[in-house]
Design a protein around this ligand. Structure first.
Ligand code: KG4
Ligand code: ZN
Length: 333
């Protein structure tokens, strides 16, 4: 039985996994505390994690009807993320592992998002290309076997979700605006203008979303307020189309380059209806299989961290006591 903890950004999460059975998954979202600032404030996130982590872990154990002595592994996200937020999870995981003499598994957040695909209801078998698109990351990885991945491309500046959130903000939506922008764009005509698709070249699987954001800023600046109001949905649709086009083109290019027949999605942006519609259509045309985990496994959660921990090496008691966290990619030493 694995207890997993995830505190890399603004969700305090714990889950219990027994083999293939997810016994509990608790997510306490801090979004409302950060909304007034228009984004996640790292220090506020760390303080809320400190207050929430013990009740969230207790709730996950209680829902699973598990005690700490039942646990063979404690898994925890050690990178990448907000350093103060990560450290709350790592310190908690070490304490529980120490008290129960369990082994500890450090997990990278990206490995977690990928491993959401290995959970029921439809566990995916590698090989596959995975697009991880959230408020904090945009990466394309090639997965040949569970527990390993190769990074093919990533954003050089903003994440896709961050670009959608910031675009939503320019259009007057509350943080995080991605989901609302999706709804607004559904009623609009993207033909109103064409926003730039970053790094749209065949030799790169990397992304850049800072240009499209700036283009939206200038486009709105040059319109009369009345025109902005009248065309809000159209502008949202054109903006979303530029972000989605980048994601769709690059993930399909990766599948072709690596001759891979299966594409998986991960991260909060996989909820986007335009992304799903376009990828579904393109995958149908190219006879590729598209797999999307249920929404609660796409956004940040600890079930995915527990899932990844099944395929990663564990550090035995008590060698993990010096374990740290890292804000950038890779697993912590
Ligand atoms: O994976 P996630 O919950 O947390 C991070 O690690 O960031 O992703 C949150 C991101 C936010 O940027 C949010 O606006 C975006 O996912 N998002 C969406 C939709 N639902 C959530 N973006 C576009 N369309 C949606 N329907
Ligand atoms: Zn995430």
């Amino acid at each position: 039985m694995i207890l997993a903890i995830e505190t890399s950004c603004d969700d305090t999460c714990a889950a219990v996994l027994d083999g293939d059975r997810l016994l509990s998954s608790v997510v306490s979202s801090q979004t409302r505390f950060h909304a007034r600032y228009g984004g996640v404030v790292p220090e506020v996130a760390s303080r809320h994690h400190l207050e929430l982590i013990n009740p969230v872990v207790a709730e996950a154990l209680s829902r699973a009807d598990a005690r700490t002595r039942d646990l063979s592994r404690i898994a925890v996200t050690t990178s990448p993320g907000l350093i103060g937020a990560l450290l709350v999870g790592v310190a908690t995981a070490k304490s529980i592992a120490w008290a129960s003499r369990a082994a500890l598994v450090p997990v990278s957040h990206l490995e977690g998002h990928i491993a959401a695909n290995y959970l029921p209801p439809e566990p995916v078998e590698p090989p596959f290309i995975c697009l991880i698109a959230s408020g904090g990351h945009t990466s394309i990885v090639h997965v040949r076997q569970r527990g390993a991945f190769e990074l093919l491309g990533q954003t050089l500046d903003d994440a896709a979700g961050e670009a959608l959130d910031k675009g939503g903000r320019l259009l007057g939506l509350d943080y995080p605006g991605g989901a609302e922008l999706d709804v607004l764009a559904a009623g609009g005509d993207p033909a109103i203008t064409r926003f730039p698709v970053g790094l749209d070249r065949p030799d790169s699987l990397d992304f850049s979303f800072s240009g499209v954001k700036t283009a939206l800023y200038y486009f709105l600046r040059d319109l009369e307020p009345e025109q902005v109001q009248r065309h809000r949905a159209d502008i949202a649709a054109a903006y979303q189309a530029a972000v989605v086009t980048a994601l769709v083109r690059k993930v399909l290019a990766a599948a072709r380059l690596w001759n891979c027949r299966q594409i998986c999605l991960a991260g909060g942006v996989s909820a986007n209806s335009e992304l799903r519609r376009r990828l579904q259509a393109e995958c149908g045309r190219e006879a590729l299989k598209l797999r999307v985990p249920p929404p609660e496994l796409c956004t940040d959660n600890a079930a995915m961290i527990a899932s990844a921990a099944r395929f990663l090496p564990a550090i035995p008691f008590p060698e993990y006591l010096s374990l740290g966290a890292r804000a950038s990619g890779g697993r912590a030493a």
